[in-house]
Design a protein around this ligand. Structure first.
Ligand SMILES: Cc1cc2nc3c(=O)[nH]c(=O)nc-3n(C[C@H](O)[C@H](O)[C@H](O)COP(=O)(O)OP(=O)(O)OC[C@H]3O[C@@H](n4cnc5c(N)ncnc54)[C@H](O)[C@@H]3O)c2cc1C
Length: 469
């Protein structure tokens, strides 16, 4: 989105997550710093969402083709097969302005007017949980010594302690059936809940060491639309899915929805792709969001058990599973967000790599002053991993494919983007000699070195048929 320099100023890398039992004993520590940086950057960062959204809005204001209608809301929608009729109401004057549009993107949050108006139902994963979410500003005189994140798996009061940035701490406390509902958000009550854990931030902190700026009860849901699309209306973000926040993925997946949709809409609008390509938006995002919600629920079960026996079993399981890391896979925080259906090669050279996001070399590595994802740009890219430089010439001649838009590259082992070893390891581990990368950086397909040119030809033809038919 071109906002990295500004976003970098408001984020703090996440160091890791510690799962503790009710006696404060560590069940498991996941150190993010030990993870390979698949995205070329920190694996997780913390930020304050309003600050991030202000950067987004500022960026959007630079586009002359975006018109802001702040203080207005969509109040009517008629979704026809070829166009949409809309009405927008100014909340102050109640004036109604009619619009027609070819496409509608409903990015209107959990209570989505667009979703409801289209009559799109949501699948409920049945994991509703009530938590109190608290934002707490620690007094400036106290340094936040430990920036680690804690999941305190106490069956009597499951608690999340999460330093955000600067002196901002996010707390989440699970509500017990026996709690006094009227008292849940009260300051005295919240401070009482914080008391046993404050020392983790700084041992000198006392219970009145900061200001509670928000305490609200939330019901965490697992919900996913039955379809992300109806005619030419699309749903993105919370309008399409809601997840318990244990993986920290709600907003992240909303951004991924839009990245998935944008290149497809762009190609269809430019007459490059067949409109059928837009159906893949639903297929691909269903699969990934379903995976995300299920994984977040599994984490929620580990963290939030309120049953004494089950939590005893969990603690025992942790003690044993520590010796068998695979048993703890539900608690990892690094995913390749693979999908198996949609715009992906399923037939010619199926493998475990198709559908994943291509690893990104360290973002400090630049060629022509561009990071890897900028360098391979926003169209389909064909990358061949070879020391034979003349291949580019041969490939350009044999693949005059309009979708590549000249975006054909040959990386030899000395290429700067191979220098941090990440791509090199990835191609060696998976025996990849060439790869077609989609505009959203998911892999369309790849092949090994046997008959490379022939295979690339076939794969390219298949892609061309898929996008144009
Ligand atoms: C406690 C908690 C912790 C979370 N932690 C994380 C985390 O760690 N990581 C993460 O990635 N996500 C997290 N999330 C989720 C994240 O906040 C949401 O996924 C994200 O804000 C959704 O963005 P959105 O743009 O889809 O919807 P929203 O942010 O809800 O925005 C919808 C917008 O649409 C507008 N709107 C609604 N109706 C209309 C209408 N009729 N006409 C015009 N405009 C309309 C609204 O005013 C609003 O501005 C968390 C959420 C909660 C509650």
């Amino acid at each position: 989105m071109g906002i990295f320099d500004e976003v970098e100023k408001i984020i703090d890398p996440i160091k890791g997550v510690n799962f503790l039992n009710r006696n404060g004993k560590t069940l498991l520590s996941v150190g993010f710093e030990d993870h390979p940086k698949l995205n070329g950057y920190y694996e997780g960062v913390m930020f304050n969402q309003p600050k991030f959204e202000s950067i987004l809005r500022h960026r959007a204001q630079k586009y002359e083709n975006i018109e802001f209608k702040l203080g207005s809301s969509l109040s009517n929608l008629e979704a026809l097969e070829n166009h949409n009729n809309l009405e927008v109401t100014n909340q102050e004057t109640h004036e109604i302005t009619p619009y027609t549009s070819t496409y509608v993107i409903g990015a209107d949050g959990a209570d989505s007017f667009v979703r409801k108006h289209l009559g799109i139902k949501m699948h409920d994963y049945g994991c509703d949980q009530d938590w109190v979410v608290v934002d707490y500003l620690v007094d400036d005189k106290y340094e936040i010594l430990d920036k680690a994140r804690y999941q305190i798996c106490d069956y009597k009061r499951p608690t999340t302690l999460l330093p955000i940035t600067d002196n901002h701490i996010r707390w989440e406390f699970k509500i017990n059936p026996s709690d006094d509902v009227a008292q849940l958000e009260a300051e005295d009550n919240i401070r009482e809940w914080m008391k046993p854990h404050l020392w983790r931030i700084n041992p000198k902190i006392d219970v009145n060491s900061g200001k509670i700026i928000r305490s609200s009860k939330y019901t965490f849901h697992g919900l996913l639309v039955e379809n992300f699309k109806l005619n030419n209306c699309f749903l993105i973000g919370d309008a399409a899915h809601q997840t318990p926040p244990f993986l920290g993925q709600g907003l992240c997946q909303g951004i991924k929805d839009s990245y998935n949709l944008c290149w497809k809409l762009d190609g269809v609008r430019n007459g490059l792709f067949n409109p059928m390509v837009l159906n893949s938006y639903d297929i691909e995002r269903q699969e990934i969001n379903d995976f995300m919600i299920r994984t977040a629920m599994k984490q929620g079960e580990v963290i939030g058990s309120q049953d004494r026996f089950k939590s005893f079993m969990r603690d025992t399981f942790f003690a044993i599973a520590k010796k068998f890391p695979a048993a703890l896979s539900a608690l990892k925080f690094q995913y390749s967000w693979k999908f198996n259906n949609g715009i992906i090669d399923k037939d010619l050279y199926p493998n475990n790599v198709n559908g994943v996001i291509i690893p990104q070399p360290d973002i400090n590595i630049k060629v022509e002053n561009k990071k890897f994802d900028q360098y391979i740009n926003d169209s389909f890219a064909l990358i061949v991993f070879s020391n034979e430089e003349s291949l580019k010439q041969k490939l350009s001649i044999s693949h005059p494919l309009k979708f590549f838009n000249e975006n054909i590259h040959v990386f030899d082992t000395n290429h700067p983007f191979m220098s941090d070893g990440k791509l090199l390891k990835w191609i060696n581990d998976n025996q990849i000699s060439a790869v077609i990368v989609r505009p959203d950086k998911h892999i369309y397909g790849c092949c090994d070195k046997e008959n490379l040119l022939f295979k690339m030809e076939k794969l390219t033809e298949q892609l061309q048929n898929e996008l144009s038919k």
